[in-house]
Design a protein around this ligand. Structure first.
Ligand code: NAI
Length: 263
């Protein structure tokens, strides 16, 4: 009997889409995937920000390593274009990382028009776009024979902050969407998993003053610090490996132990 099977830890040559890849965890994920030999589609708002990341990856790994697609994930037509351009560029899609997200204030005490527009935008970007992009990419993920979907939720799906009702609802929705698609897509050879990052040093948390970050981390996070984007990207990579073939429907905190802390 073989000592071990031959499950691979290589994603070399596979086509991967990372949304929200111009910044933070998405950028780190795009870099890490390219470092591992994947062909990465960097999708985000704003041409210059996308080009900057594509240039960084191409400088390190050559022209074939990255393609930039300017895409507002809240727009179904732009999502369809993202999938079409990915398939045209690298012939298929093996990994999809639904990472793009926004954190907009939605409070019970906000003016109605502000609440309504922030609520709608948050749900569109953080939740509905994930479902739409999964549906669009599904034929290609299934055809790859080892399709991998990773959705980036948040610890806000588990423990929540005042004034972020839409964000918390959208991230809890991502957990539910992950589980339902994991059940439905398993038979098509596609796994669907979800990561709940804790506080991470990215564009999203850049406006929080350093001393407030330190106080929060000391009180709430057993590791007593914010995480860095690569620490989440490494988990995303793991979930996309061929060797992670029996991990499906998992909801994995990458939070320094924040959500298991009682006091
Ligand atoms: P970030 O702000 O550095 O990056 C988010 C990226 O998403 C930006 O480049 C932004 O342009 C892009 N994006 C926003 N709306 C978009 C749209 N409509 N279409 C395309 N791209 C869009 O923030 P970060 O932290 O790297 O965020 C990545 C994911 O991680 C998000 O889903 C966020 O909710 C989640 N998250 C972040 C945490 C943190 O502490 N930073 C904690 C838990 C989850």
């Amino acid at each position: 009997m073989a000592r071990l099977s031959t499950l691979s830890r290589s994603i070399a040559g596979v086509g991967a889409i990372v949304t929200g890849a111009a910044s933070g965890m998405g950028r780190a994920t795009a870099h890490l995937f390219a470092d591992e030999g994947a062909r990465v589609v960097v999708a985000d708002l704003g041409g210059e920000r996308v080009d900057a990341v594509v240039d960084e990856i191409r400088d390190a790994h050559g022209e074939h390593a990255a393609l930039g697609v300017v895409c507002d994930v809240a727009d179904p037509a732009q999502l369809a274009d993202l999938v079409a351009r990915t398939v045209e560029w690298c012939g298929g899609i093996t990994a999809l990382v639904n990472n793009a997200g926004v954190s907009l204030v939605t409070s019970a005490f906000q003016p109605d028009d502000e609440f309504e527009s922030n609520w709608a935008r948050t749900l569109d970007v953080n939740l509905t776009a994930h479902a739409r992009l999964i549906r669009l990419a599904l034929p290609h993920l299934a055809a790859s024979g080892a399709g991998r979907i990773v959705n980036i939720a948040s610890t806000e799906a588990i423990v929540t902050t005042a004034g972020l009702a839409a964000y918390a609802a959208s991230k809890a929705g991502v957990v539910g969407l992950t589980k339902s698609f994991a059940v439905e897509l398993g038979r098509h050879g596609v796994t669907v998993n979800c990561i709940c990052p804790g506080p991470i040093l990215t564009g999203m948390t850049a406006s929080i003053p350093d001393d407030a970050k330190e106080t929060y981390a000391r009180r709430r996070v057993p590791l007593r610090r914010y995480g860095i984007p690569e620490e989440v990207a490494q988990m995303t990579l793991n979930l996309c490996l061929p060797a992670s073939s029996f991990v499906n429907g998992a909801v994995i905190p990458v939070d320094g132990g924040m959500t298991i802390r009682h006091t």
